[in-house]
Write a protein that binds this ligand. Structure first.
Ligand code: AMP
Length: 123
């Protein structure tokens, strides 16, 4: 996936403001918005503005300023959404086995209830 960023993916279109989103946070490097199909009372996606396909691509090619801004935003949004105290889950689905549907790096923040085990034991 790295090196083959698809400019027509849905998050690229949200970043270009071609389609709307329910914005939670933004700065020069980062946008956070509510997932359109929430899996928990709080379900927010945090994405870099830069064109990175996944966490591996982001970590390899993003500047120190982008990486710092991204992870600071993840923590800030979690805190401001009231997730930090009770706990939450941060997930970066990556590639085929990771079940990544949108090929623009993103972290899911899930919380607002006890989330249970991370995975079931299905083979
Ligand atoms: P992933 O499987 O990790 O790539 O997750 C992609 C997520 O993007 C899913 O949870 C979708 O519900 C979410 N999603 C897809 N389209 C939109 C959209 N237009 N606005 C907000 N979330 C979206």
């Amino acid at each position: 996936m790295p090196g083959s960023y698809d400019n027509s993916n849905i998050f690229a279109r949200i970043l270009r403001e071609e389609i709307p989103c329910s914005k939670v946070y933004e700065d020069a490097h980062v946008l956070a918005f509510r997932d359109i199909r929430p899996l928990a009372p709080a379900h927010i996606l945090v994405i870099p503005r830069g064109a990175y396909t996944d966490v591996v691509d982001f970590s390899a090619r993003a500047s120190a300023a982008e990486i710092e801004a991204f992870w600071r935003a993840v923590a800030k949004v979690a805190k401001e959404e009231g997730l930090s105290e009770g706990g939450f889950r941060a997930i970066a689905n990556t590639g085929l086995n990771g079940g990544q549907e949108v090929p623009h790096f993103h972290v899911h923040l899930l919380g607002g209830r006890a989330l249970g085990p991370m995975l079931t034991r299905a083979a």
